[in-house]
Design a protein around this ligand. Structure first.
Ligand SMILES: [Zn+2]
Ligand SMILES: [Zn+2]
Length: 252
């Protein structure tokens, strides 16, 4: 039997990096799948990858795409001969027209760009299928669910968690839920205004979805609390929760 599938956090902060956290990027090394491309992308070099890297972007806010230019240099060091960037069309356009405008970056990267549609399944390595669905966030965001024969995971970042939000039905019975949790309950109003989630709501979403386990990430880099996320506020609703740290590995 194959070893359990590993999911690696290359970066776990929202907004911008802190001394201990880079911005969001999650790698499934065995299958060459990268969810978002934040500043933690330099950690790709620590992993053995297949030759084809498939990047799936939730949206084009800088904390989720700022690592894409680094792939130009990382490709040869990581043994990558093919990189496909997958996202819905407005996100692909924003990245190509703005991030890779000559005035911001000197070289057009040799990526393949693939347009995704929400609610459509696409094949991924390992006999899996990925499906994107819309999230509520200023400028829009896409959550992803991947189902493999051995289990399922979902990646939900940059949204305001709410048990009656349409995306929650996409998460039903998922084995591993990765959900953003930028704020504690004390900052619920600010979370709403900025389109982010807070602890108690994330716990309620995981419970409503009947998730197997929950790992929270996209942490506020400005938080002065240690740890920055109050897990007790989540555990009131959903006990099987962990806080992601940079370079942490979780199994499906
Ligand atoms: Zn973000
Ligand atoms: Zn965002």
């Amino acid at each position: 039997m194959a070893d359990a599938l590993e999911i690696c956090f290359l970066g776990t902060a929202g907004y911008f990096p802190s001394p201990t956290r880079h911005t969001c990027s999650v790698l499934i090394p065995r299958h060459g799948i990268l969810l978002d491309a934040g500043s933690g992308i330099h950690r790709l070099t620590r992993h053995k990858l297949p030759g084809h890297l498939q990047v799936f972007l939730s949206h084009a806010h800088l904390d989720h795409i700022c690592g894409l230019p680094a792939l130009l240099g990382l490709a040869s060091r990581c043994g990558l001969d093919r990189i496909t960037v997958n996202a819905i069309e407005p996100v692909l356009c924003a990245v190509r027209e703005h991030l890779f405008a000559e005035s911001l970056f000197p070289v057009a990267p040799p990526f393949e760009w693939r347009k995704l549609e929400h609610h459509v399944q696409y094949e991924v390595p390992g006999g899996g299928r990925i499906r994107g669905f819309p999230l509520e966030h200023p400028g829009g965001s896409t959550g992803f669910r991947i189902d493999w024969p051995e289990g399922s995971m979902a990646y939900v970042t940059d949204t305001t968690a709410r048990v009656d939000a349409p995306y929650v039905t996409e998460l039903t019975d998922v084995n591993l839920l990765l959900h953003e949790c930028n704020f504690n309950a004390a900052h619920a109003e600010w979370a709403r205004q900025t389109g982010h989630s807070w602890t108690s709501q994330v716990g309620q979403v995981a419970a409503r979805a009947n998730a197997g386990k929950l790992v929270v990430f996209h942490v506020d880099p400005l938080s002065e609390e240690d740890p920055p996320v109050r897990l007790d506020e989540i555990r009131e609703h959903f006990p099987r929760v962990k806080l992601a740290e940079d370079a942490m590995v979780v199994s499906l």
